[in-house]
Design a protein around this ligand. Structure first.
Ligand SMILES: [Zn+2]
Length: 317
C-alpha cells in the first residue's frame, strides 16, 4: 500500500538532488574562458574570484595575451594543463600566428600549472631567475602533490612543474614577436620571483599579484619593503590599463597602485616600533586606528593576518 507513495517520495528526493547537482555544476561551468580586449592588441581572460577547486578547474587567476606583428605572447598559463589548452584554443579564434612566448608573473600554482600545454606547442617560457630556487624546492613538489589530490582530475599525475628556458635577473627591455616589452623585476615582493610585464605601445601593464583594487591586499609572507619599492617602479610607467593577477582590469592605474602602496606603508608604520622593540603584536594591533581601512572589503578576513606578517617581516629585516 505505502510502496508507491514511498517510491514517488524518494524519486522526488532523488530528482531534487540531481537537479541541485546539475544547478551547481552548470553554475560552475558558467564561467567560460573568454578573451576580452584591453587595448588594440592585448586581451585577458579573467578567472573566478574563489579558491581553486575541481568545480572551477582551478580557473582562479587571470592570463594575458598580446598579439604582435610576428607572433603571440602569453602572460601566465592558468591553473591546469586543460585550462592552458583552452586558452590556446581561444587564442586560435583571434589569430593563427605562432604562440611564441609565455611570460610568468610568479611561480604560484594557479598561474603555472597550464605551462606544459604551451611547451607542447613549442613556446619559450620566460620567468624571473629567483624562481629556480622555488622549482627545485620541496615546497614546490609538496604543493604539486597536494594539488593532484585537491584539484583532480584537472591537476593529476601527468601535471608537471615546468621550468623557464629564458631567465630574467634584472629590468630588461626586449623585442618579442615584433613588440617592445619591458620585463620589470619586482620580487622579492609578493613572492621572491615576481615579474611585471609592460607593453609601452599598448599602454598595458601585467602586474601579477602585486596590485589589488577595491579590497584589502593579501600580503601573505611577502617582503613588504621590496613590494613598496617595486610599486614605485610601476608608478613610473604611466600605464593606461593594469591587468592584475586576479580580478578585473583597472584604468585608474595610478590610484590602484597608490592604494596598495599606501596600505603597505600604513601597516608597516603601525607595526614598525613594536616589531623592532619586540613588543607584543596584539598590543600594537589594538593600539592602531584602522578606521581608514575598516570599511574596505576583506578587512575582517585579511587585515590582522597581514599586519602580523608585516610585523614578522620587519623583524627579519
Ligand atoms: Zn595568484
Amino acid at each position: 500500500m505505502n510502496t508507491p507513495m514511498h517510491v514517488s517520495r524518494s524519486l522526488l528526493c532523488m530528482l531534487g538532488v540531481i537537479f541541485m547537482l546539475h544547478a551547481t555544476l552548470s553554475q560552475a561551468s558558467e564561467h567560460v574562458l573568454t578573451l576580452a580586449p584591453v587595448s588594440k592588441n592585448a586581451y585577458y581572460a579573467e578567472g573566478v574570484s574563489a579558491l581553486g577547486s575541481p568545480l572551477n578547474k582551478n580557473f582562479i587567476s587571470n592570463a594575458g595575451v598580446v598579439i604582435g606583428p610576428t607572433g603571440v605572447i602569453v602572460i601566465d598559463a592558468l591553473g591546469s594543463p586543460a585550462l592552458g589548452k583552452q586558452l590556446i584554443a581561444e587564442i586560435r579564434t583571434l589569430t593563427d600566428k605562432p604562440i611564441q612566448f609565455v611570460i610568468v608573473t610568479h611561480y604560484h600554482a594557479d598561474h603555472i600549472y597550464g605551462l606544459q600545454s604551451f611547451i607542447d606547442i613549442g613556446a619559450t617560457i620566460i620567468a624571473q631567475e629567483t624562481a629556480k630556487e622555488y622549482l627545485s624546492s620541496d615546497t614546490a613538489q609538496l604543493r604539486l602533490q597536494a594539488s593532484r589530490t585537491e584539484l583532480a582530475p584537472w591537476v593529476n599525475a601527468d601535471t608537471r612543474l615546468v621550468s623557464a628556458s629564458m631567465w630574467i635577473s634584472q629590468d630588461t627591455r626586449l623585442s618579442l614577436s615584433g613588440l617592445d616589452v619591458e620585463l620589470i623585476k619586482m620580487g622579492p615582493a609578493h613572492t621572491p620571483d615576481d615579474l611585471a610585464i609592460y607593453f609601452p605601445s599598448e599602454g598595458v601593464l601585467f602586474a601579477g599579484d602585486l596590485v589589488f583594487r577595491g579590497r584589502i591586499p593579501y600580503v601573505g609572507n611577502a617582503d613588504s619593503l621590496g613590494w613598496i619599492k617595486s610599486l614605485d617602479k610601476l608608478l613610473a610607467r604611466e600605464a593606461q590599463v593594469i591587468v592584475p593577477g586576479h580580478g578585473p582590469t583597472s584604468t585608474s592605474t595610478k590610484e590602484d597602485l597608490q592604494f596598495t602602496r599606501d596600505y603597505l606603508i600604513f601597516v608597516r608604520k603601525a607595526m614598525e616600533q613594536a616589531a623592532r622593540d619586540l613588543d607584543p603584536f596584539d598590543e600594537a594591533y589594538a593600539a592602531t586606528d584602522w578606521s581608514r581601512y575598516e570599511k574596505i572589503p576583506l578587512f575582517r578576513v585579511a587585515n590582522r593576518m597581514n599586519a602580523y606578517n608585516v610585523y614578522l617581516s620587519i623583524q627579519n629585516e
